[in-house]
Design a binder for this molecule. Sequence first.
Ligand code: NAP
Length: 350
Amino acid sequence: MEKTSLIGHPYGLHRVCEPIGVLPQPAWKLDATPVIYANELLINVERLNIDSASFAQLKEEAKGNEEKIKQKILSIVRERGKMHNPVTGSGGMLIGRVEQIGSHFPHTNLQAGSRIATLVSLTLTPLRLEEIQHVDLKTGQLKVSGKAILFASGPYAVLPEDLPETVALAALDVCGAPAQTSRLVQPDHVVVVLGAGGKSGLLSLYHAWKKAGKDGRVIALEANEDACQEIHQLQMAHEIICVDATNPVAVLEAVTKVTDGKLADLTINCVNVPNTELSSILITREGGLVYFFSMAVRFTAAALGAEGVGKDVQMLIGNGYAKGHAELTIQTLRESKPLRELFVARYASH
Ligand code: NAP
């Protein structure tokens, strides 16, 4: 069904129930009624990828119990009309089939039935869930049935045919990170990636390795020992250090040692747990840049942490959007066979 005569606000203001007047992302509640305005897209949702910081929090709260996680997600979506974790403030991504295209939806080659991933956060996507069939505790992906709305301003990607959909979804969820890493790394940079063994960490590592060249240096920090092994096999880092990113003393010691005290020109934080701000700041040289992609990063902890240790570093918030980010990410998996194989081993067919 379409409210044919009605054109919604391109940023989705017309779907905001509470508080009225704010944009959908900061809103508490959205109207997820699956009847589209003329400039919206209706999606038959098949799978959600819950943001990693959000999923880690939900998993901890539910003590790893799949049924409890399911119920919690259903209740958040019921209450808010979107999957916006009130604790972490983060969302995730979805894939599904286009069910209906509004007559005024911006120019598109999409057709009913096209399989797409939306490239906007679930924190601003009107969503109604009928059922969660399965929660994958390892990857944070959910098999669901439901409906979602994409606003006229919302970017999306048609799912590639040469990658399993779960792999594409996992990679597209974090596609801002590799795109911005590729922009930020200079040929002679010392780059440190924290949480290097996760989705965004690995994709960022690849671009850091590619851009840093023979004069640069790429250092991977990761707490998970299996992931450290996997990074080792990928041969995309000069140093791999198995260390807890929430321990600033251990992290500083390790990075000081492998850089002879020079520290990082660029630090990329891809960890999915809180309390890693100070580690990131301490291992970055004076005048260097910390790129905080992690959603578990708190502005106050970063700003006051840097001030507290007298560190004059630049800090950049990880914008989830960058022009061409989805294409670059999918291309990365096509370009690097070992990376693609690792993503397939981890995220395919769950
Ligand atoms: P991921 O695949 O879960 O990777 C996170 C990695 O960090 C994992 O290898 C994890 O190990 C590791 N880790 C966990 N605790 C650690 C610790 N104490 N020290 C060092 N490493 C640790 O996560 P992702 O999907 O890449 O996401 C990474 C972050 O980016 C999350 O905070 C997510 O919310 C955020 N994100 C941001 C945006 C944005 O637009 N800025 C978009 C999407 C996601 P284990 O596997 O053992 O836990």
